[in-house]
Design a protein around this ligand. Structure first.
Ligand code: 5RP
Length: 226
């Protein structure tokens, strides 16, 4: 199966986690686009969606799915999103599509994070994929210095302005052996909007597209660290 076929497979498989009558949290990216296309088949059975990006909102609306303001919604039962990397505990690197901040906001609203990914995303240790960090533009040079001190090689993602009007620094060369600790450390630097480590909001379940079909990785327990 091609990577696109695997993405379509897990996008459809995620429908099993959508509860009729509920509000669905929707992520961003090519795998999520497959999920949105599948969600269109049950659009009359859900209340609507809380979206993590303008791109996903546009696609949801194109299918006639209601996009709701996160502030007006009482409950988001599941959040369905892809990942750039996911480890065997459900920790992830996200932000390849520059939507990490809104993704983390919606993930934090949801009771469960269902990650949909093809098998190439499963890793032993996070960090081969360059870690995205969304930053306030005036703090970019200072944050880059701090990232170098951590052993990373930061580069500004040229020409990218996020939905929040901010910039993205991509960091190569990090071996993220303690995702929760690194997430906490980078997140508290002045000018960091969000770091693309999702450990405090890790996945509850990953639907992994493999040559043998969809493999369900259940990481157990709640996906959120208080
Ligand atoms: C966007 C993300 C995406 O979930 C991540 O980049 C995976 O995307 P794709 O499904 O296209 O591989 O974090 O900010």
């Amino acid at each position: 199966m091609t990577q696109d076929e695997l993405k379509a497979l897990v996008g459809r498989a995620a429908l099993a986690y959508v509860e009729p009558g509920s509000v669905v949290g929707v992520g961003t990216g090519s795998t999520v686009n497959c999920f949105i296309d599948a969600l269109a088949t049950m659009k009359d059975r859900i209340t609507g969606a809380v979206s993590s990006s303008e791109k996903s909102s546009d696609r949801l609306r194109m299918h006639g799915i209601r996009v709701l303001d996160a502030n007006t919604v009482d409950e988001v039962r599941v959040y369905i999103d892809g990942a750039d990397e996911i480890d065997h505990a459900g920790n992830m690197i996200k932000g390849g599509g520059a939507a990490l901040t809104r993704e983390k906001i919606v993930a934090d609203r949801a009771e469960r994070f269902i990650c949909i990914a093809d098998q190439s995303k499963l890793v032993t240790t996070l960090g081969a994929f360059p870690l995205p960090v969304e930053v306030i533009p005036m703090a970019a040079a200072q944050i880059a210095r701090k990232l170098r001190a951590l052993g990373g090689e930061p580069t500004l993602r040229h020409g990218v302005v996020t939905d929040n009007g901010c910039h993205i620094i991509d960091v190569r060369g990090l071996s993220i052996t303690d995702p929760a600790a690194m997430e906490c450390e980078i997140n508290q630097w002045p000018g960091v909007v969000t770091v693309g480590i999702f450990a405090r909001n890790r996945a509850s379940i990953c639907l992994l597209g493999t040559a043998d079909g969809v493999k369900t990785l259940d990481f157990g327990g709640a996906s959120k660290t208080a």
